[in-house]
Design a protein around this ligand. Structure first.
Ligand code: SF4
Length: 313
């Protein structure tokens, strides 16, 4: 998949742990990210709404991107071609065995609810199989909505931070504008300058980050965009550090103290978070967590669940 420019957090997207997610066995159940046997605690947090509902989508994330055969995907697939495992009802034929069948990348991707928004709202319930002429505009709209929904995640988090109260009016205005935009038609979405939009949001979120990290030991530790691939950071005190857009691929973060660290856009693929404390970590998302390793000792922000593949708590 081609790298994207992310003006929010670094030189790659905040969704960098890219992959595809599975079609759940029943509508609206992104269950590969849930802990088996664990009843989710209800949250009033608006981020709970920014969750994929695969049963109301049309397999967009199984069609639109290209896959390169790798540790994440067992096969090559060109962009725009449906994955061979995508069934007629838009569900994944190997959903229960994605990791064992060589598709762990599919368990990591999260559209933040952009899939069902595209199909049900932007295109009124139509899909690319019944209306092949919609395939291209649907793909364009999904790409824009994916970014807008991710931005709504960050804005919801920022608006929940009391310390960011001085910025709440600006944040709320941007949230309202973004929500209105997500209800726009395909042509209007296609015209959105996502780069400029994300740049504007990035500036605001950076200000939120500085407020939230003020007074913490690592607040001046600026590792934005740092190459920390494979870094040995076991037990490191990274409280309040800015790791925005940092490359933490396969980094050893076992037992690290990442409380209030800014992780917007940090690449956590295969990062070892076992025993790490991410209480209050800023701008951390489900796909980042799903791409990392962790265990029952990993402490996540309250809105995030331990992925199923981390094992039982
Ligand atoms: S294996 Fe194919 S159908 Fe299943 S989730 Fe991945 S891309 Fe979608």
């Amino acid at each position: 998949m081609a790298a994207e420019v992310d003006h929010l957090g670094g030189d790659q997207g905040a969704d960098r742990p890219r992959g595809r997610r599975g079609r759940a066995g029943h509508p609206g159940a992104p269950d590969h990210l849930r802990q088996p046997g664990r009843t989710p605690v209800p949250h009033p947090d608006p981020r709970e709404q920014l969750r994929a509902d695969c049963g109301r989508c049309a397999g967009l994330c199984c069609v639109l991107p290209a896959f390169a055969a790798s540790a994440d995907f067992a096969v090559d697939k060109p962009a725009g071609r449906p994955c061979t495992h995508l069934q007629g009802d838009f569900r994944c034929g190997i959903h229960a065995d994605l990791r064992d069948r060589g598709f762990p990348g599919c368990t990591v991707f999260d559209c933040f609810g952009a899939g069902q928004q595209t199909v049900q709202v932007t295109f009124g319930g139509r899909d690319w199989r019944g209306s092949p002429e919609l395939a291209a505009p649907m793909g364009t709209a999904f790409g824009v909505l994916r970014q807008l929904h991710e931005l709504l995640w960050y804005l919801a988090e920022a608006l929940a931070l009391p310390v960011a109260a001085p910025l709440h009016p600006e944040l709320a205005a941007l949230r309202d504008r973004t929500e209105q935009l997500t209800a726009a038609g395909g042509d209007e979405l296609a015209a959105v300058d996502t780069g400029a939009y994300r740049a504007e949001a990035g500036t605001l979120l950076q200000a939120v980050s500085e407020l939230a990290r003020a007074g913490l030991p690592g607040r001046n530790r600026d590792r934005r965009g740092a190459d920390l691939v494979g870094a040995r950071l076991r037990g490191a005190d990274l409280r309040g550090a800015s790791l925005r857009g940092a490359y933490l691929i396969a980094a050893d973060l076992r037992g690290a103290d990442l409380r209030r660290a800014d992780l917007l856009g940090a690449d956590l693929r295969a990062a070892d978070l076992r025993g790490a404390d991410l209480t209050g970590a800023l701008f951390l998302t489900r796909p980042q967590v799903a791409a990392a390793r962790g265990d029952a000792g990993t402490i996540l922000p309250a809105v995030l669940e331990h992925p199923a593949h981390w094992g039982a708590p």
